[in-house]
Ligand binder design. Sequence first.
Ligand SMILES: O=C(O)CCC(=O)C(=O)O
Ligand SMILES: [Fe+2]
Length: 333
Amino acid sequence: MKRGALDSFFKPVTPKKTKYEASADKSHHENYPFGIAHLPALFIEQLGFSPAEEGKLMNDQLNLDLVYYQPYIPSSIAPGVFEFLRQELPFYRVQYNINRGGIQTLINTPRFTTVFGVDDTSRFATDGTIVDAKKGNKVEANRYKCKPRPIPHCLDELRKISEGSTGETFNFCLVNYYADGKDSISYHSDDERFLGTNPAIASFSLGVKRDFLMKHKPITPRDGVAVDEPKGIKLPLGSGDMVLMRGQTQSNWLHSIPKRAGAEAGKGRINITFRKAMVKAGTENYYQYNVGSGGVFKWDAEQEKMVAWGQAAESIETSGTPGNGEPIAGTKV
Ligand SMILES: O=C(O)CCC(=O)C(=O)O
Ligand SMILES: [Fe+2]
């Protein structure tokens, strides 16, 4: 008898216990690669209508306006919500071309991403079709080059609670999955014109703790006199935490999740941001950089990693890139 067979005789294989009871109900849409499970009832119950802790206002620095909830999602369910979302959502590893000084460079987004929603000029009818937000009629076939899809139930529950507790409204949900310490997002601000002035962004963290760094944009000297920028900020975002960025924050501050080394570096983290895009350029941009034109990835609980879903892995590596060769505003590496 082979050793493996002997082992499994004495040690029955017990499937890894998940931290949540999967719901049989799923959200469906023609632009989802697969049905997306509803948020388990226990999580909805535990989330309630308000954050686990009251938010701390951080507005004592120049042009900074943050509310920091530590945590927002109760610690009793945060590990389960993390595991659930990592397991159930479709993810992408987007590649695109940029043109730097005449040289084409292929950019590999250093994290998994996914996105749901549509800008304020449109909405999804109950049958999943996109209709004009004002007139309510089916939108012209060429309104979008991308394939917008509604926010699935599991994320929409969180969106509704976030709207209630922040007084803001959101029509987009972007999700990042940082598989390990090598995944990151470089310094940027979410100040695209399609978000309008002073956009509010609710940003949730789940999984391993990662540092969220903020620094003020360079201040142009006034009357030839240099102005010192305020000192940088480091928020060690833990599972369940939420940061609401609003007011002048995006137009004046940059933020990043740097790569990290160390014991926790092998563990995953999910970031969920709710935003409000005003015009269709926002929809095109978000799908271009968070879905792209490559393959879908899904969490494999046995291999404990994201694996190519439903198509040959090679086609992901060789797929066309969404970039148009021009330097593109709003790219976030
Ligand atoms: O992962 C995070 O906390 C930040 C993500 C972020 O800044 C973004 O997606 O624009
Ligand atoms: Fe950001």
